[in-house]
Design a binder for this molecule. Structure first.
Ligand code: ADP
Ligand code: MG
Length: 377
């Protein structure tokens, strides 16, 4: 997975349904191909020249697959690589109700229904315990982007206050060495699995409280849960260390404005989502076209935050969550079209290796001593 250039990996997860549209969806035995036969509902004044059949080829299609299996198949490798210095990004894309949050977070109260994030946390701390020669420090942040405003889901300030007083608004910055980061976003040390899971739980609770007090729907915001890892050798004379981060992105519902039939506040929300998701799409198209020199990362907070993660040096994976009922077929096709576009984006995973200047002095001294000893012999 980590050698040379490769493409963004794209998997589809179909939400289980007792109303599976067997006439419209055909899953091929290769577990990679979905064929869709769908006639759009007739619309007045529209010439009937619409496409009826689609065939989508992905890196994998998951149907009737447990949460544990989803983690093992698609997230475990990326989490493991993150401990070896590679950045990783997992994103869920799809219409509201398709299973994005279930896939990412799952039901925290039910062990078997836990999603990718809690499972990756468990895996990371288990692997850290097994790394005898290294010390790993883990930090966590949780960011929400709603109507182009960023909120810290782990801040001690209630979100409603942050909105009203505009206390230290979060802003996206770029550092030539460390890449994109959100200034003002709190980053919390997690010394073990339990502390990390508590941070996830706290963020989820704040997301729910803010959704309630500000009367907003959580499906209308993008959430990015990030785990930052710094791995140092136990040998003081080893100056090399690894720096990596794992982003888990639960995107806002991708359903289009025309379907929402909304007005007022809901319309504003829908417009922001449509905008940021279409900028995401434009970014993906620009990245997939190698001849384009301009990629519109800065056009939205979401794409700016993900600048180093889509088409950068990250192991990037997209999960397209879709529904299998006939009435959702148009959205399912639109999600799968986005998903196949994403498969054209190249990524160049690379180890993020740094040198600790204090240790470098020790390391060089040790090397000089070794050379002196050799000369004296
Ligand atoms: P989204 O975040 O895309 O809006 P959710 O993750 O909230 O959708 O899922 C909508 C509902 O469907 C939830 O009640 C969730 O528990 C259920 N659900 C989604 N995917 C699955 C699945 N693979 N298995 C069982 N239930 C699921
Ligand atoms: Mg959701």
């Amino acid at each position: 997975m980590n050698t040379g250039g490769s493409k963004v990996k794209v998997w589809v997860r179909i939400r289980p349904s007792s109303n599976f549209a067997r006439d419209a969806i055909e899953l091929q035995n290769d577990s990679k191909t979905i064929n869709i036969h769908h006639k759009r509902p007739d619309k007045k004044c529209v010439v009937n020249n619409q496409k009826l059949d689609w065939s989508f080829q992905l890196d994998g299609v998951m149907h009737d697959i447990s949460q544990e299996e989803v983690h093992n198949r698609i997230a475990a490798d990326i989490a493991h690589s993150a401990l070896n210095g590679y950045n990783g990004t997992l994103m869920c894309y799809g219409q509201t109700g398709a299973g994005k949050t279930y896939t990412m977070t799952g039901a925290t109260e039910n062990y078997k229904d836990r999603g990718i994030i809690p499972r990756a946390i468990t895996q990371l701390f288990r692997e850290i315990d097994e790394m005898l020669g290294n010390v790993v420090s883990v930090r966590i942040s949780y960011l929400e982007i709603y109507n182009e405003t960023m909120f810290d889901l782990l801040s001690t300030l209630p979100e409603s206050m942050a909105v009203m007083d505009q206390v230290t608004p979060l802003t996206v910055h770029e550092d030539p060495e460390y890449g994109v980061y959100v200034k003002g976003l709190s980053c919390h040390l997690a010394q073990n699995e339990e502390e990390a899971l508590n941070l996830l739980f706290e963020g989820e609770t704040n997301r729910a409280i803010a959704a309630h007090t500000l009367n907003k729907m959580s499906s209308r915001s993008h959430c990015i849960f990030t785990v930052y890892m710094e791995t140092h050798s136990r040998l003081q004379s080893n100056a090399k260390y690894l720096l990596s981060k794992l982003n888990f992105v639960d995107l806002a519902g991708s359903e289009r404005l025309k379907k929402t039939n909304s007005a007022g506040k809901t319309l504003t929300e829908a417009m922001y989502i449509n905008k940021s998701l279409s900028f995401l799409e434009q970014t993906v198209i620009a990245l997939a076209d190698r001849h384009r020199d301009h990629v519109p990362f800065r056009h939205s907070k979401l794409t700016h935050c993900l600048k180093n993660s889509i088409g950068g040096n990250s192991n990037t994976l997209l999960i397209a969550n879709v529904r299998a009922e006939m009435q959702h077929m148009e959205e399912t096709v639109s999600t799968l079209r986005f998903a196949t576009r994403m498969m054209c984006v190249e990524v160049k995973p690379a180890v993020n290796q740094k040198f600790d200047p204090n240790r470098l002095v020790l390391q060089l001294q040790a090397e000089i001593n070794e050379l002196r000893n050799e000369l004296a012999m």
